[in-house]
Design a protein around this ligand. Structure first.
Ligand code: NAI
Ligand code: MG
Length: 356
């Protein structure tokens, strides 16, 4: 298979972790007889320094012409004083919008060999393995009107939670599709006891369920979901929800595993290339020191293989290699315990390639 991948390394450890992921993708290409090409482009602080904008037009062109986008992370203290439109993070928001990245997919997997790095009890997080599918381009974060006003002489404010039926349908359908290759259970999260938008969400979920009778659908109110994620996270397989609920629940869920450096994500496009990135930031405190955990980005590359290229076997091979290396006791400093010697970013990448 011939595919092109746009690589936006970004800032700080973004450079180091994407380098590792590219090496793993190259190893996959050799082993399975594919041809992957990598096109680098600037985003974030690096783009601000070189071009004066966090998302140069050329970067967008490179992304639109490729089959998938791999991103490191953006930001750093150097640009913190910049005005909002000249901040590295602006580049991220723009690219999500420009590429129509409507579905944010975050797997939450607790590896057996890392159970001691979670703040939760081992009995609770053992064998946890679910995916959160969050709507990313609608809802409260984009609804109009939004702003301050004067109401009867007093300052007032409004934000609008707005969705079209088609926007709900496409994300819920995506969640059903993902559940089909997993344990075939969907938890649709809403606040249907209060919000009209949630009552429509529930209706749409029921409609989609009728066409997908092999998948079990349950509804859960968001406040209960927040509680259940801590009480019994093993009950979940695929969680689907609107933008703001998903924002909050996915951060909550990521802490089950206790380590930012392990968690990948995908942001799927309606029509063009999708984007894959670790959930962590540019970690300026450890940047350039060969200390960063590359696993989140390597697992993001595995998602890229599966979701953008349909290469299930290759994706699984990468995930198995990561698990094997962790089982063998290798750890970067962020997850290393006192008893275990920490390995560098480079060494971790080497071990994963070997296991592959
Ligand atoms: P961060 O995720 O960069 O770092 C938080 C802590 O986790 C730090 O102590 C860091 O060393 C550690 N850490 C993160 N990833 C790691 C990895 N792969 N291996 C080992 N340790 C890791 O979040 P922070 O410090 O709040 O933000 C730093 C910069 O990154 C800011 O400019 C922020 O705006 C930006 N950022 C960018 C994101 C993105 O590009 N998607 C997401 C979050 C933050
Ligand atoms: Mg968030």
């Amino acid at each position: 298979m011939k595919k092109s991948i746009a690589v936006l390394r970004g800032d700080g450890i973004g450079k180091e972790v994407t380098k590792g992921a590219i090496e793993v993708l190259k190893a996959v290409a050799v082993q399975y007889n594919h041809e992957f090409t990598f096109q680098h482009a600037l985003i974030g602080g690096a783009a601000l320094d070189a071009e004066g904008t966090p998302l140069p037009a050329e970067t967008l062109e490179v992304c639109k012409k490729s089959d998938a986008v791999l991103l490191g992370a953006v930001g750093g203290p150097k640009w913190d004083v910049n005005p909002p439109h000249l901040r590295p993070e602006k580049g991220l928001l723009q690219i999500r919008k420009e590429l129509n990245l409507y579905a944010n997919v975050r797997p939450v997997t607790c590896y057996n060999s890392l159970l001691d790095s979670s703040p939760l009890k081992k009995e609770i997080i053992e064998n946890v393995d679910f995916v959160i599918v969050r709507e990313l381009t609608g809802g409260l974060y984009f609804g109009k009107p939004s702003g301050r006003k004067i109401d009867n002489g007093e300052e007032a404010v409004v934000d609008t939670l707005s969705y079209k039926r088609s926007e709900m349908k496409r994300i819920i359908e995506k969640a059903f599709e993902m559940a089909r290759s997993r344990r075939k259970k969907i938890t649709s999260v809403d606040k249907a006891n209060v919000l009209e938008s949630s009552r429509m969400w529930r209706e749409v979920a029921e409609e989609v369920a009728k066409d997908n009778s092999d998948i079990m659908l349950e509804h859960m109110l968001v406040d209960n979901a927040a509680m259940q994620l801590i009480r019994n996270p093993r009950q979940f397989d695929v969680i689907v929800t609107e933008n703001m609920f998903g924002d909050i629940l996915s951060d909550e869920a990521s802490m089950l595993t206790g380590s930012l450096g392990m968690l990948p994500s995908a942001s799927l496009s309606t029509d063009g290339p999708s984007l894959y990135e670790p959930i962590h930031g540019s970690a300026p405190d450890i940047a350039g020191k060969n200390l960063a955990n590359p696993i989140a980005t390597i697992l993001s590359a595995a998602m890229l293989l599966r979701l953008s290229f349909g290469l299930e076997e290759e994706a699984t091979a990468v995930e198995r290699a990561v698990e094997q290396v962790l089982d063998a006791g290798y750890r970067t400093a962020d997850v290393a315990s006192v008893q275990k010697r920490a390995v560098t970013t480079g060494e971790m990448v080497e071990r994963i390639k070997e296991a592959l």
